[in-house]
Design a protein around this ligand. Structure first.
Ligand code: ZN
Length: 300
């Protein structure tokens, strides 16, 4: 069964006119249920991740300031959301949803989180709508529990996974792979184990060739026993922040390629959604839903 982390708290209320499309978090499961792809039984509501698990990844001073809502104003602005208790609770639940997803992925091959992919959060900072790095937290959790020995993080959001890269820069058991817009945020990049910077305007064929030429080799070389996939849909040509020129079909083909490789190699994969900033929210939701559709087709 495809297990999907979701809780109504994911769609957090923001000030009027805020540019983050928070609504997508309730529209995605709604759409999947409406079209009969999933039922309520597929969804699970995660609890809040405990402090000690967060501290396997994030700096204590940063986390305590965040949790207690006393992060300096400049650091709060870098995050881009007004900090509230409810927002922090949301972040904790999302991170726990990704951890739970790892167990489900080990059981069923694949599992999803409707949110997450908060890859800009580093050890001691948050930025770009990211505060707790859900996949990094889950990866460190798997290592700490001795559940995995070699982890691959595939980050195909259009923005570099700078926080993830920094968190694992000295961790040989986690290989970080990021394919992202070279001239896009974050403008000061960190070093992933493998970065593929993309020119603005790259189109379907060139993008997919790069991915298809790279990923199989990474898997045979590093032989991961768990994979995290960050399936951001801000690669679409319609995206207002992405600067790439991918069609929805290519984005779906990307997802199919990644998930097929995981499945064919028998490597469990947890998928977090990441970014998507097309002006029409239906474009965002449609592209995210494609990732679920592909997973259902391949696995169930
Ligand atoms: Zn992004």
């Amino acid at each position: 069964m495809l297990k999907i982390a979701f809780d109504p708290i994911y769609a957090h209320p923001l000030p009027e006119g805020h540019r983050f499309p928070m609504l997508k978090y309730e529209l995605i499961p709604g759409q999947l249920i409406r079209e009969g792809l999933i039922s309520e039984d597929n969804l699970f509501s995660p609890t809040a991740v405990p402090d000690d698990v967060i501290l396997l990844t994030h700096d204590a001073n940063y986390w305590h300031q965040l949790r207690d809502l006393i992060l300096p104003p400049k650091e709060q602005r870098r995050i881009g959301f007004p900090l509230t208790e409810q927002l922090i609770e949301r972040e904790r639940r999302i991170a726990q949803g990704t951890i739970n997803g790892c167990y489900f992925a080990r059981q069923y091959g694949v599992a999803f989180n409707v949110a997450g992919g908060t890859h800009h959060a580093g050890t001691n900072w948050g930025e770009g709508f990211c505060m707790l790095n859900d996949q990094a937290i889950a990866a460190n959790y798997l290592l700490d529990k001795g559940l995995c020995k070699s982890i691959l993080i595939i980050d195909l959001d259009v923005h570099q996974g700078n926080g993830t890269a920094q968190i694992f820069e000295n961790e040989p058991r986690v290989f970080t792979f990021s394919m992202h817009g070279d001239k896009n945020f974050p403008f000061r990049k960190e070093r992933s184990d493998l970065d593929i910077p993309l020119e603005d305007g790259i189109k379907d064929d060139a993008y997919l060739s790069l991915l298809k030429d790279t990923l199989p080799g990474l898997i045979s070389k590093h032989n991961p026993d768990f994979i995290f996939y960050l399936s951001g849909v801000d690669v679409l040509s319609s995206d207002k922040l992405g600067k790439l020129s991918l069609s929805k079909e290519a984005c779906k083909e990307r997802d199919r390629f990644v998930l097929s490789i995981c499945k064919n190699n028998g490597i469990p994969v947890q998928v977090s959604m990441g970014g998507g900033y097309s002006p029409q929210i239906k474009d965002i939701v449609e592209a995210h839903c494609n990732t679920y559709r592909v997973a259902m087709e391949l696995y169930f």
